[in-house]
Ligand binder design. Sequence first.
Ligand SMILES: C[S@@+](CC[C@H](N)C(=O)[O-])C[C@H]1O[C@@H](n2cnc3c(N)ncnc32)[C@H](O)[C@@H]1O
Length: 272
Amino acid sequence: MEHAAQRCLGSPWHRRWWREQKSTNGPSSWAAASQIRIAIGQFHDRDVIIGVDEHDEGRVPEQINWDERYAVADYLYGTTPNAYLRSQRYRLTPGARVLMAADGEGRNGVWLAQTGLDVTSIDQSPVAMRKASDLARERGVTPQFICADLAVGPVLGAPYDAVVAIFAHFPSNTRAHIHRSLAAALKPGGFLILEAFHPKQVGRPSGGPKTVDMLYDADLLRRDFAALEALEVFEGTTRLDEGHKHQGEGYVVRFVGQRPYSAERAPTLARG
Ligand SMILES: C[S@@+](CC[C@H](N)C(=O)[O-])C[C@H]1O[C@@H](n2cnc3c(N)ncnc32)[C@H](O)[C@@H]1O
């Protein structure tokens, strides 16, 4: 029977890697192949890559198609970091542990690693993680890469000093849960840094999901991240110049939240 992980990872390279890891490490172990680390665990009584649903149940075409989109030589969003993330870098101290949520081809995680941060990069697309790993090698840094679906299971490696979510769009059936999990993955005092497309982006040619269901406004983010103190919230236009996918004027929402230090206001770890 074809293995769930084989289906997830798809390529002959990954299939070969999976067979090797399975025979040397067995299930429920952490394994490393070059710079890519993949969590192997038990889910629904089968060995799978943690967080990748064996069936595509609950996954929308936008998620399933990511591997196909990334299967090109180019970096879809370029290899330079997102401008808003650059503007927020000052909040993070050297050596800070940072989780990059839905980091794609790694342009942001690799750049933060180059600035001296301890980066863990998660994305559900193994093709993207492979490209991110190549970019990291080229730049001489070693972030940890994890191929996982943030909608399933705990946020690996928590707690973090910061969580970064740049154009990390999730459908409404998983979004609130993922956002609460990301907030809960922060240490007290830790920052969430987010930029995403706003519903007013629909119809603009500068990128982003085509359905309002996957777009965020400030009220939605305030609700999802109610456990955090909102330090900065912005809705409006910005000029995007990110690879060939994000070009031109885009309507975005930006959010910086901080996990409070006091226990009374600590975010809930419960799943929603
Ligand atoms: C628009 S791309 C942004 C990539 C990257 N953050 C950047 O700005 O270059 C969105 C990414 O979200 C990832 N993604 C979507 N749903 C996900 C999920 N449930 N868990 C993990 N990654 C997810 C996709 O694989 C894709 O790489």
